[in-house]
Design a protein around this ligand. Structure first.
Ligand SMILES: Cc1ncc(COP(=O)(O)O)c(C=O)c1O
Length: 421
């Protein structure tokens, strides 16, 4: 770990996130991530390298970069690099596992009701196509971790669940899920555990050898600063042979095929290193992102400390301004570098139906203004705004962003009052 020369916040943004529009209040990092200029430069160089001689790049450079990248990522996630595979994004990682695991008709998959919509649709597809049974566990936050685990225990102890899919940090509401304890719970009932860690690498400390899930995926293009699109899939050793690439390509061999001991060890790499022709520039920038995080940011802990601390302060600021509360539980385990603040509907003479009616207009106004986007969502009969904290942010970003969002709701309230008049 090295010392940082530039303090986090506005100066860091000016020097290291030059691509960001200076007028843009970037408080929505959790949606699409952002890439530091140094990593983006690498991304463009790789594109030029590839396009200058694709035969050489794809046949000689790419396979070597692939393995070296897995080796470096394995130290970040603490697991054998041969348990890892680079994939395009979390959704494709989740589809890779769920659509190749040899489920049988009647196998049950459970997931919280807050699971990301792409994941839910993938399970619905398995249900429609293969007769998988999907059980959704209703979660209404704020909840204590112990309450969530008890809800799942009730279901798992019935003995008919094959796999549980759950998040590290949920998208909406953006709350930390007790994924480490959920894996242990799954193990105690011999249920396969699959962690959707779309929001994890770069946001949370992840030790896969310690957590021991069956499957895990993390985006690298969100919190790890890699350009889109980039994600990492982990498959535990005992499941290597059950997971095939998506799409199926020439590296396919059947689950039972006999191979040498060395090939067995390299099973995932041999399958996933070249999944048809695609742009490899983001994958080839991962090592630069790792270096940037260590050398320019002072390491993972330093990044987390800044972002979590800023999120706490900013959540207090916004909730005080809006006169509402932050979505938190008693032990305050929900907030990471993302936080959710209730929108003051009641104070403005609005209700959830008014929000639903005007949701499109609200987003249109935000996008049209091009200054700020705060994802808004309904959870447990309340409307929340989701904010992200990143090393290029400072407290006044949230001050300004929350004012803009508040004003949009004031406009809706005015419109409603005029209609009633
Ligand atoms: C919890 C969660 N899972 C999965 C995804 C899908 O990620 P991607 O669009 O990169 O596949 C997201 C995206 O925001 C997410 O928040």
């Amino acid at each position: 770990m090295s010392q940082r020369s530039v303090p986090f916040g506005k100066s860091f943004r000016e020097i290291h996130f030059k691509e960001l529009d200076p007028e843009y209040l970037a408080v929505n990092h959790g949606a699409y991530g952002m890439t530091p200029s140094l990593v983006f430069k690498k991304f463009k160089e790789v594109m030029e390298d590839d396009y200058s001689n694709p035969d050489y790049f794809r046949r000689v450079e790419q396979p070597a970069i692939y393995v070296e990248t897995l080796k470096e990522l394995s130290t970040v996630l603490n697991t054998d690099y041969r348990n890892l595979a680079l994939v395009d994004n979390s959704t494709s990682g989740i589809n890779t596992v769920l659509r190749s695991y040899p489920f049988k008709k009647g196998d049950k998959i459970v997931a919280p009701s807050t699971v990301f919509n792409n994941c839910e649709k993938t399970i619905e597809f398995l249900q429609d196509r293969y007769g998988i049974i999907y059980e959704s566990v209703e979660l209404n936050y704020p909840l204590e971790d112990s309450e969530i685990l008890a809800l799942f225990e009730d279901i798992l102890q019935k003995g008919d669940v094959k796999l549980a899919l759950f998040d590290t940090v949920i998208s909406t509401p953006a709350v930390r899920f007790p994924f480490e304890k959920m894996v242990k719970l799954c193990q105690s009932f011999s249920v396969l555990s699959f962690i959707d860690g779309a929001h994890s690498a770069g946001l949370l400390p992840i030790d896969l050898d310690e957590i021991q899930p069956d499957f895990y995926v993390s985006n690298l293009h969100k919190w790890f600063f890699v350009p889109r699109n980039s994600a990492i899939l982990y498959v535990s050793k005992k499941n290597h042979r059950k997971i095939h690439t998506m799409p199926i390509v020439s590296s396919y061999v059947g689950d039972e095929t006999e191979v040498s001991a060395e090939e067995e060890n390299n099973w995932l790499i041999d399958r996933f290193a070249d999944v048809s022709t695609k742009n490899f520039a983001a994958a080839a920038s991962i090592r630069t992102a790792i270096k940037f995080r260590q050398e320019q940011c002072g390491g993972e802990e330093s990044i987390r400390n800044y972002c979590y601390d800023l999120a706490r302060k900013a959540s207090e600021l916004v909730s005080n301004k809006w006169g509402t509360s932050v979505l938190e539980n008693e032990v305050r385990s929900l907030t990471t570098a993302m936080f959710n603040v209730e929108v003051p509907l009641e104070q403005l003479g609005l209700n959830v139906d008014d929000y639903k009616e005007n949701a499109n207009e609200l987003y249109f106004s935000m996008h049209k203004g091009k200054r700020v986007v705060v994802p808004l969502f309904i959870h447990n009969n309340k409307v929340y705004g989701r904010f992200s904290a990143q090393i290029y942010n400072e407290l006044d970003d949230y001050d300004k962003a929350s004012d803009i969002v508040y004003q949009l709701f004031v406009n809706i309230a005015r419109k409603k009052a005029q209609k009633q008049f």
